[in-house]
Ligand binder design. Structure first.
Ligand code: IDP
Length: 162
């Protein structure tokens, strides 16, 4: 049909966006979802889970040798994360702009980290940094064959009667 002539592969590009434990705890999930929806991107996957360390090690393969890696693991396992897949034209590059610089102190106002971030270990969101990276991360986090502790197990979320 016409789609063959009119669409480009960038339209179906996908990226992995995760609201990190501090973002979930601070009730920022809705505002973050809203930013991506307003921008015209399409939500094509979402799940909430407490990330296992082995999954995080795979996710952050390039950081494993850094001295601060234990800090990253501690931060990312401090509570559940909300992992989403968003689709749209140039979504990988646009998301990185919307999310802002890694260090919230350097992130522009108007970006997620510039508006809500506190510290590199409290920077609210993750966004894939390349199309290839996004494909790898989507496979990793949304592989249905993987066993997770999901939100159905409330004890894993730190939700208690306290
Ligand atoms: P990115 O999340 O902006 O792509 P990366 O360099 O891939 O940045 O780092 C991944 C995550 O690791 C960051 O979002 C941040 O939470 C954490 N991180 C990066 N650098 C540091 C650091 O120097 N100290 C502690 N945590 C860090």
């Amino acid at each position: 049909g016409f789609s063959y002539y009119c669409t480009t592969s960038e339209v179906r590009e996908r990226t992995l966006i995760a609201v990190k434990p501090d973002g979930v705890q601070r009730r920022l999930v809705g505002q973050i979802v809203q930013r991506f929806e307003k921008r015209g991107f399409k939500l094509v996957g979402l799940k909430m889970l407490k990330a296992p360390e082995d999954l995080l090690s795979q996710h952050y393969l390039n950081l494993q040798k850094k001295a601060f890696f234990p800090q990253v693991l501690c931060y990312m396992t401090s509570g559940p994360v909300v992992v989403m897949v968003w689709e749209g034209y140039n979504v990988v590059r646009s998301s990185r702009v919307m999310v802002g610089k890694t260090n919230p102190a350097e992130a522009d106002p108007g970006t997620v980290r510039g508006d809500f971030g506190i510290h590199v270990s409290r920077n609210v969101v993750h966004a894939s940094d390349s199309v290839e990276g996004a494909q790898r991360e989507i496979q990793l986090w949304h592989n249905p064959g993987r066993t997770y502790t999901t939100f159905e197990d409330q004890s894993s979320l730190g939700i208690s009667a306290r």
